[in-house]
Design a protein around this ligand. Structure first.
Ligand SMILES: *Cc1c(COP(=O)(O)O)cnc(C)c1O
Length: 221
């Protein structure tokens, strides 16, 4: 995977430099959800310290076994009843999408969690995340929850979206952040872009990209 890592880092950097909407810095999250412990160790050995998991079991089986240097990102939808088992093991939650989840985190966490609010920018029924119009009120509602530190927004483009639609979704998320930043200066980050669309995401201002297949699939054999 050394090759894939170098290639992806190069493409991220060139996407970043060719766009005026891009961020000053882009963090690569290696999505290790389909890898076992040994394969995940290889990802860490390549120098990738941001790892993404989307299931409580996958996360918990790895957190204690891997280096303390790993920064853990929980990228999947999180069931309320699973909060207590995972919340103190993660550094970032990418899927804060409802008030009941925020309330449960506030109740169960013993340390603050950096959270991305997941937004459904495409308006597609089946997609997770709250509508863009709901975000401002949501931020107001959670503002006194001491264990929730909202740092920005996350989104996923629908699988069947065209390139130009994907670009519109990502740039709309950036505009949402830019608007809400006036009243909420801590909203700096944008988690967007996966294997198929990370270059567009970086051009549109992503600060974190979440890449699985294109980066780590070669370890799966
Ligand atoms: C699996 C997953 C990814 C990575 O997807 P790839 O297409 O394999 O890069 C990114 N984000 C989320 C939320 C995921 O579940």
């Amino acid at each position: 995977m050394k090759q894939q890592k170098m290639e992806i880092e190069k493409l991220i950097e060139s996407a970043r430099t060719r766009s005026s909407a891009s961020a000053a810095h882009v963090e690569l999250i290696a999505v290790t959800k389909e890898l076992n412990l040994e394969q995940t160790q290889k990802v860490v050995d390549e120098g990738l310290i941001h790892l993404g998991e989307n299931r409580p079991d996958g996360l918990l089986s790895k957190v204690n076994a891997l280096s303390e240097k790993v920064v853990w990102h929980y990228i999947g939808s999180l069931q309320t009843r699973k909060v207590k088992t995972v919340i103190d093991h993660i550094d970032y939650l990418h899927s804060l999408d409802r008030l009941s989840l925020a309330e449960e985190i506030q109740k169960r966490a013993s340390r603050p969690v950096r959270c991305f609010i997941q937004v459904n920018v495409s308006g597609e029924q089946s997609k997770q995340g709250m509508a863009a119009e709901e975000v401002e009120l949501f931020l107001e509602t959670i503002k006194d929850m001491s264990f929730i530190h909202p740092i920005g927004f996350m989104t996923m483009a629908p699988i069947d979206a065209t390139e130009s639609q994907i670009r519109t979704y990502f740039s709309n998320l950036r505009k949402l952040r830019d608007t809400l930043q006036h009243s909420h200066p801590n909203l700096q980050e944008l988690s967007m872009g996966m294997s198929g669309d990370y270059e567009i995401a970086v051009e549109e201002g992503a600060t974190f990209v979440r890449i699985g297949t294109a980066l780590v699939a070669s370890l799966k054999e």
